[in-house]
Write a protein that binds this ligand. Sequence first.
Ligand SMILES: Cc1ncc(COP(=O)(O)O)c(C=O)c1O
Length: 394
Amino acid sequence: MKISARAERIEPFYVMEVAKAAQALAREVAHGSRPMIFLNIGEPDFTAPPLVLEAATRAMRDGATQYTQAMGLDALRERISGWYADRFGVRVPARRIVVTAGASAALQLACLALLDVGDEVLMPDPSYPCNRHFVSAADGRAVLIPTTAAERYQLSAAKVEAAWGPRTRGVLLASPSNPTGTSIDPQEMRRIHAAVQARGGVAIVDEIYLGLSYDDAYGQTALAIDDSVISINSFSKYFNMTGWRLGWMVVPDALVPVVERLAQNLFICASTVSQHAALACFEAESIAEYERRRAAFKARRDYFIPQLDALGLAVPVRPDGAFYAWADCARASEKLGVQDSWDFAYALMREAHLAITPGRDFGTAETTRFVRFSTASSMEHLQEAVARLRQLLG
Ligand SMILES: Cc1ncc(COP(=O)(O)O)c(C=O)c1O
């Protein structure tokens, strides 16, 4: 069978490949004294809170299961609009909000709406691998720009200007970032946006971790800058609804009919039951629960990262959001006699029954010496992980 060049270009999502290996080993060791601890996948260990579950059950019971309009339920778009007003003090009219099947569908829609064959999109390295693959799937070309700890692993306006070429269409940034949990300084974001605008380009900002911000200096939406920003968001992370496949995007007015046309054809709509359930995310009781969980995520960060540092797994920049630790494993690899972060991750999996993600997925900038720990796991698991790491490396 002839496979398209487009499909051949797309690398595996190694996070999921490593997860498969970890799952297989987990079955073998499940009944031993050290069952597998999963710190590899970026998804909250919490599930949707009670009001959300009740709303989903009610929708199913009442037969509210037909397609919705492609843009999503009006009531949900209004609720999302209200969330921007309440939480960020930013006015985002519901008409510019498109409800999608997760941030993943929103990113695909953005790329398909904006890119022609060979158009280039600038992105930081390291960054979330699927984002460059969405560009590729739309026949564009992701240009990865290496970043450093001193830059908080984010692009600057100066770097964007220097990398801008004749085929550059825009930037795709994530703030806070996966895998580093670091955000773009709001002033720098303004400068990046100005640089992109001056070149007739577009700024797409993946804000899927924005709800999980722990630092007021950073936790601001790029939508505050200007209506031309395209913001991607999701119910997966802050709202703890990964498998419900629900997200949204905010687009400029001019893009609304274009995205609507694409969404109608490609997806028809996002899951109707999930949309009805998500309405309850914005009830005061649910928000209070999400805020308690955000505090738990912060407490985990505050516990785990100093422990990693003490074990020689240095985290060069303290994350201000999300639930990741981007750790340098060069010294620890030497101790275990392994070559790079890929082998280190597999050694931890085999010897400590700890699943983590090697850097390879996220680009090429020092990714052979970095690994990503996800701290979206209970404090007990994190403490046990530290004990096992200490035994192995201490
Ligand atoms: C930066 C980033 N963008 C997008 C996604 C996709 O999320 P969703 O579940 O909303 O499709 C993820 C998932 O981990 C992510 O980390």
